[in-house]
Ligand binder design. Sequence first.
Ligand code: FES
Length: 88
Amino acid sequence: MGDDVIVCRCEEVTAGEVRAAIRAGARTIAAIKKRTRAGMGLCGGRTCARLLARLLAEETGLPVAEIAPPPSRPPVRPVPVAALAEEE
Ligand code: FES
C-alpha cells in the first residue's frame, strides 16, 4: 500500500501518516489514533481499524492477532427533546 493511500476516510489520514506515527513510537491502535486522528471519525474506526492493525503489523512485525482492537465508544446520535418528553 502506497504512502498516499487514504486509510481512514472519515479523518482523511494516509498510510504514510500512520507509518510515520508508528515509526515515531506508536505501538497500539489507540496510540495511532492519538497521533493521527485515524479511527476518530464518524464511523468510530469500523471502516479503518483493520487497515490500522495491518499497517501496525507490517511496521512492527507483530502478528495481527496480537494487536488489541481500538477502544470502542457507543454511537452518539442527537435526540430531540420531544422524544424524551414522550417517554413520561
Ligand atoms: S474511516 Fe476511520 S474513523 Fe471512519
